[in-house]
Design a protein around this ligand. Structure first.
Ligand SMILES: Cc1cc2nc3c(=O)[nH]c(=O)nc-3n(C[C@H](O)[C@H](O)[C@H](O)COP(=O)(O)O)c2cc1C
Length: 340
């Protein structure tokens, strides 16, 4: 299988996603449930377009010759690349019933592991969306991170313990999920989480705790102060609030308040190695990619996910060669230019 045949198969398999040549949030605007962004779809579209319109990369090739190194570390695991599949849930509702929660999770976890990295798994309105991916994590026995919904605290504690027993590498929570149009159909209500709740959740587990859905310096500071191992700068792919800012545009100010206290992950509209480079230059440690990883899983299962991740990693290396940045650590804000 090659990249193009993977896309062709994905197109046949994905009822609700058009597998567009560019995954920019336009063709699926408003399709939630479905793969799109909420309302007009403007937040998802802005996630994508901001990287392109507002960040450019300085080419700088007066340098010694080098082979770029893109390995990094997260949750105590060494990763071959700073690129991970984002959590995606409610697979049949959002894409098609060609894959269920379990087979989808298995494909991304295994594909990521084969590429030398690790995956986050998703959740949803029904319990299987949380438990089926954890079954895949247990069976495969490779690093992966389940994502809790912002349920009531007793249930959160119970489900953290469950994930720990089954071998999760870390635990995440998408604190923005209550904004999903279909969240009201959830068997368990989703509720806002305070700084104090985050502190309690961090102390419920010895595993690294990840707060996903941070879009302001204020929330980022609260999560870091509460002891979050990592935050994910994310607006859920524009699925929870219309007319929001792009994730890329709030990244630098979040890095400023968080510093090195918590790892900074980001997702939203990252589609190429150049986009990964821009995110790292603005302060992210690692990026997550959502919809294109779903396309890869529908197009080629674990092998499709591996092919896709390796393609983005190769593009990142190519950019590093042209910017005189031999390692992930050497990628810095001076190598890019923000266009107002
Ligand atoms: C269909 C769909 C389902 C998603 N399900 C989840 C989920 O269960 N948990 C979660 O934390 N994020 C979920 N997300 C959000 C992604 O993790 C990610 O934040 C988002 O897709 C942004 O990245 P992208 O622009 O690369 O798609 C979902 C996104 C989509 C499109």
């Amino acid at each position: 299988m090659d990249y193009n045949s993977m896309l062709k198969t994905a197109k046949e398999n994905m009822e609700k996603c058009h597998v567009c040549p560019v995954c920019d949030g336009r063709a699926c605007a408003g399709k939630v449930p479905g793969p799109g962004g909420k309302g007009s779809g403007s937040s998802a579209i802005r996630n994508y377009s901001w990287w392109r319109e507002h960040v450019k990369i300085h080419m700088d090739v007066v340098t010694e010759s080098f082979e770029p190194e893109i390995y990094t570390e997260l949750f105590g695991c060494s990763l071959s690349m700073p690129i991970l599949p984002a959590p995606i849930g409610m697979i049949a509702l959002n894409f098609s019933d060609k894959l269920d929660e379990y087979t989808y999770a298995k494909a991304v976890i295994e594909g990521a592991a084969k590429a030398g990295t690790l995956a986050f798994t998703g959740g949803g309105a029904v319990d299987e969306c949380y438990f089926d991916p954890i079954r895949a994590i247990e069976e495969l026995g490779v690093p992966a991170v389940p994502t809790l919904k912002p349920w009531r605290m007793e249930l959160v504690e119970e489900r953290i313990k469950f994930a720990e027993q089954k071998g999760a590498t870390a635990i995440a929570m998408d604190i923005d999920s209550a904004g999903l149009p279909h969240s009201s159909a959830s068997a368990e209500p989703m509720v806002a989480k305070s700084a104090d709740d985050i502190k309690k959740m961090c102390s419920m587990t010895k595993l690294p705790f990840v707060v996903k859905g941070v879009m302001t310096a204020k929330s980022a500071r609260a999560a870091a102060d509460a002891g979050a191992y990592a935050i994910v700068v994310s607006n859920h792919g524009g699925r929870v609030l219309d007319e929001g800012l792009a994730t890329g545009e709030v990244l630098a100010e979040i890095k400023q308040v968080v510093g090195n206290r918590s790892k900074i992950l980001i997702d939203g509209g990252i589609r190429t190695g150049a986009d990964v480079y821009k995110a790292l230059a603005l302060g992210a440690d690692v990026v997550l990619i959502g919809r294109p990883c779903a396309v890869a899983a529908f197009g080629g299962g674990a092998e499709g996910v591996k092919i896709y991740l390796e393609k983005i990693a190769a593009e990142l290396k190519d950019v590093m060669k042209m910017t005189g940045t031999p390692t992930i650590k050497s990628i810095n804000p001076e190598t890019i230019k923000i266009i107002k």
